[in-house]
Design a protein around this ligand. Structure first.
Ligand code: NAI
Ligand code: MG
Length: 491
């Protein structure tokens, strides 16, 4: 680095000193040129295709199938056949063995999956490596443990599998959302047709190789790639007994309308606009780390992101000051670099949505702050952003931005914090920062949110149920609760 070559070897640290590149090797990933649809344990040729790219470079990665209505039908038939041909009547202890195997193989191949996840989705490698992969494996381990204990989990209720589960997942945690959906479905004896998001199909397609290694019977899990049309075909298929959807509120509402009266079971995990509430007695540096983690983790592409910071007026100034200073240290860039904190925005479409909402924030009168950072020329990028001087009515305080953009509001009393936090059509998560235990409990009782974190944020565990209120959806994933949507009870 040029800075180190300065004559005289001055001891002063150069002001523009940067991190040396620390790229994770891509060699561990072996991409095929094109991928078919994984149906009945075979790769079927799709009639239509599209290209999937790396959002960090816009480089094409592979040709992907766009599954048609007929392809979806084939996948549902394969799932139904596998259900009837033995999977649903297999003893739970046998189903558990497959889930344990899948979990172990994911651990063994974690590096390969982490690199592919970052390549296709744009998230920093340290997040795919340290969060997505360990949690995905943990979900399979966790639900493997339930597979032979369903009678204990639901005593005297005769739990039975539902049948064929249609599962539609988003692009922000592609493999992790696959694990959240597939692990409980299989543990309960169902078979699956899963549709990954159109921008991030590659780890789901690599997962088919894990299924082959685990010798899962053909047709128990089928993966059909494609965009919303493929998802809609799955929702509308009469042979599907249950739909599990994670994605936007608009599509979630459309699915709910479509399924009303159909008798199909439905769970919806939709968006959020979480309040991260900071009281003046909190450990301030810890809170700043929690705020940063809450909104800049995964570029803010997180349904439970802490996108509204509610700061108690008495600490507003030092808090915002510290936060801005902390933002200057965030490294934005190559997702495959091990030092990167904020990676690429997932797609051109999502970048456009972020830009539009940020523009509305400026126009409505909020004050914008972005730390100085050089963004790569190719690819989709957005600098970490903080808005202060935000009114409750502004779009940036109401709508889900799903990007690295924080809106700061203030409050005086705990009652006011609750009013403001709950003043949202969403209700997925919330955070509370205070040293006072009784206040945490008081707040948690009143916050209309499925998850409330105290003195931490974005913490996940497979044993802990996750899901929302109001426009954030219904049903729970994770924990004992996460089994219920995949069971029927002959009472
Ligand atoms: P989306 O809801 O369109 O996509 C999510 C999944 O649903 C994808 O697999 C997509 O192919 C599928 N899909 C789309 N239309 C469908 C239909 N009519 N029937 C069945 N499946 C369909 O979300 P999109 O457009 O990618 O993102 C828009 C916004 O949604 C984001 O900016 C964000 O605010 C929110 N979102 C929330 C997520 C969450 O985790 N709750 C995840 C992704 C997006
Ligand atoms: Mg959409």
């Amino acid at each position: 680095m040029a800075e180190l070559d300065r004559p005289g070897g001055s001891p002063a640290v150069p002001s523009d000193w940067t991190y040396a590149p620390a790229p994770e090797s891509r060699d561990v990933v072996h991409l095929r040129d094109r991928y078919g649809l994984f149906i009945g344990g075979e790769w079927l040729e799709p009639s239509e295709t599209y290209e999937t790219i790396s959002p960090a470079t816009e480089e094409p990665l592979a040709v992907i199938g766009q599954a048609s209505v007929a392809d979806v039908d084939r996948a549902v038939v394969a799932a139904r056949t596998a259900f009837a041909d033995g999977w649903s009547s297999l003893p739970g202890s046998e189903r558990a063995k497959y889930l344990f195997r899948i979990a172990r193989i994911l651990q063994e191949r974690a590096r390969e999956f982490a690199v592919l996840e970052s390549l296709n989705g744009g998230k920093p490698i340290k997040e795919s490596r340290d969060v997505d992969l360990p949690l995905a494996a943990a979900h399979f381990f966790y639900y493997a443990g339930w597979a032979d204990k369903l009678e204990y989990a639901f005593p005297n209720r005769r739990p039975r599998p539902v049948g064929v589960a249609g599962q539609i997942i988003p692009w922000n945690f592609p493999l992790l959302m696959l694990a959240w959906k597939i692990a409980p479905a299989l543990a309960c004896g169902n078979t699956v047709v899963l549709k990954p998001a159109e921008t991030t199909p590659l780890t789901a397609l690599l997962f088919c190789d894990v299924l082959r290694q685990a010798e899962l019977p053909a047709g128990v899990v089928n993966i059909v790639t494609g965009d919303g049309r493929t998802g809609a075909a799955l929702v509308e298929h009469d042979g599907v007994d249950k739909i599990a959807f994670t994605g936007s509120t608009d599509v979630g509402k459309a699915i709910q309308r479509r399924l009303a009266g159909s008798g199909k079971k439905l769970t919806l995990e939709l968006g959020g606009k979480a309040a991260n509430i900071v009281f003046d007695d909190c450990a301030l540096d810890q809170a700043v780390e929690g705020i940063v983690n809450g909104i800049y983790f995964n570029q803010g592409h997180v349904c439970c992101a802490g996108s509204r910071l509610l700061a108690q007026e008495s600490i507003y100034e030092p808090l915002v000051e510290k936060l801005k200073r902390r933002l200057e240290t965030l490294r934005v860039g190559d997702p495959l670099d091990k030092n990167t904190d904020v990676g690429a925005i997932n797609s051109a479409m999502q970048l456009e949505k972020i830009r539009e909402l940020v523009e509305s924030g400026r126009e409505e009168g909020a004050e914008i702050y972005q730390p100085p950072c050089r963004l790569p020329e190719k690819g989709y990028w957005f600098a970490p952003t903080v808005f202060t001087n935000v009114a409750q009515s502004y779009r940036i305080a109401q709508e889900e931005i799903f990007g690295p953009v924080l809106s700061v509001l203030t409050f005086r009393t705990p009652e006011e914090a609750i009013e403001k936090a709950n003043n949202s059509p969403y209700g997925l998560s919330a955070g509370v920062w205070t040293e006072k235990g009784s206040r945490i409990l008081w707040m948690a009782q009143r916050l209309r949110a499925g998850v409330v974190w105290a003195n931490t944020f974005n913490r996940f565990d497979p044993s802990s149920p996750f899901g929302g209120y109001k426009e954030s959806g219904f049903g729970r994933e994770g924990g004992l609760h996460g089994l219920e949507p995949y069971l029927r009870f002959d009472e």
